[in-house]
Write a new protein. Structure first.
Length: 256
């Protein structure tokens, strides 16, 4: 009996030691585990709140954008501009689209500088090149209008060269625009090289390829060399004078 009693005592002591070790482990790790669980819960709630806020923000921007389109259909430029301003605050794709619409409104008001500014903002508002590159290319086209100075050409190069890189969605259009600007600046051989690349490109639309072929033909025939002089001549033509304001009709003489 004494033998078995000693064994029982040893087992009891070992069980007590295990219990004490578990208690120490619990005291050590339970606060850490509890803190991690609390952090996970806070993160989940924060994500849910952020996602809900983003959804509400997008819904508000969508409603404002639709209201802007309706105002445009009614030729209410002021109302459309106000609605698109609200939609632009929504961020994401709606900001890009709304700023592009504001640029169109600015052009209708003959304010090209303001339109370029809105398009520049739109190009920076999204990381999606399908959206940002389209806005950037529209801004570049506006810069190209009319006679171009050396400073404008340098600005245009900075705008178009990133869009013309391999893999960009509007690469062919950016290359074409850059070549046309080179022609305008009298850089005929550089323009021809770009147009030849467009002719041989794999991901080039038929329309761009055909325009590139026509440009190469014009350069080779010498016609394109006259383009800068034509643009200078067009810029020198004075704008037509505004028509005189209508005068009031004379009062009718009463019949005798």
């Amino acid at each position: 009996m004494g033998r078995y009693s000693v064994v029982d005592v040893f087992e009891q002591v070992e069980e007590d030691l295990r219990s004490e070790r578990y208690r120490r482990l619990a005291r050590t790790w339970l606060p850490i585990v509890g803190g991690l669980l609390t952090l996970a819960l806070v993160a989940a709630l924060a994500w849910w709140g952020w996602d809900s806020w983003q959804t509400a923000r997008a819904d508000k921007a969508s409603t404002a954008y639709d209201r802007g389109l309706e105002a445009l259909q009614g030729n209410n430029l002021a109302g459309a501009d106000t609605a698109f301003t609200e939609a632009a605050s929504g961020g994401g794709a709606y900001r890009v689209l709304a700023l592009s619409q504001r640029a169109e409104i600015a052009l209708q008001r003959n304010n090209k500088t303001e339109a370029i500014g809105y398009l520049d903002e739109a190009a920076k508002a999204s990381r999606d090149p399908l959206l940002s590159d389209q806005a950037a290319l529209k801004a570049a086209f506006l810069v190209m209008e009319g006679k171009m100075t050396d400073a404008q050409f340098a600005d245009l190069q900075k705008r178009l060269e990133p869009l013309a890189k391999e893999g960009r969605p509007l690469r062919a259009f950016a290359q074409e625009a850059l070549a046309m600007a080179q022609l305008q600046m009298g850089q005929t051989q550089a323009a021809r090289s770009t147009f030849v690349q467009l002719q041989l490109g794999q991901d080039v639309s038929d329309q761009v390829r055909q325009r590139a072929q026509a440009a190469v033909d014009a350069i080779d025939s010498g016609v394109a060399a006259a383009l800068p002089r034509v643009i200078d001549a067009m810029a020198a033509v004075p704008a037509p004078a505004a028509p005189p304001a209508p005068t009031a009709a004379p009062a009718a003489t009463p019949a005798p």
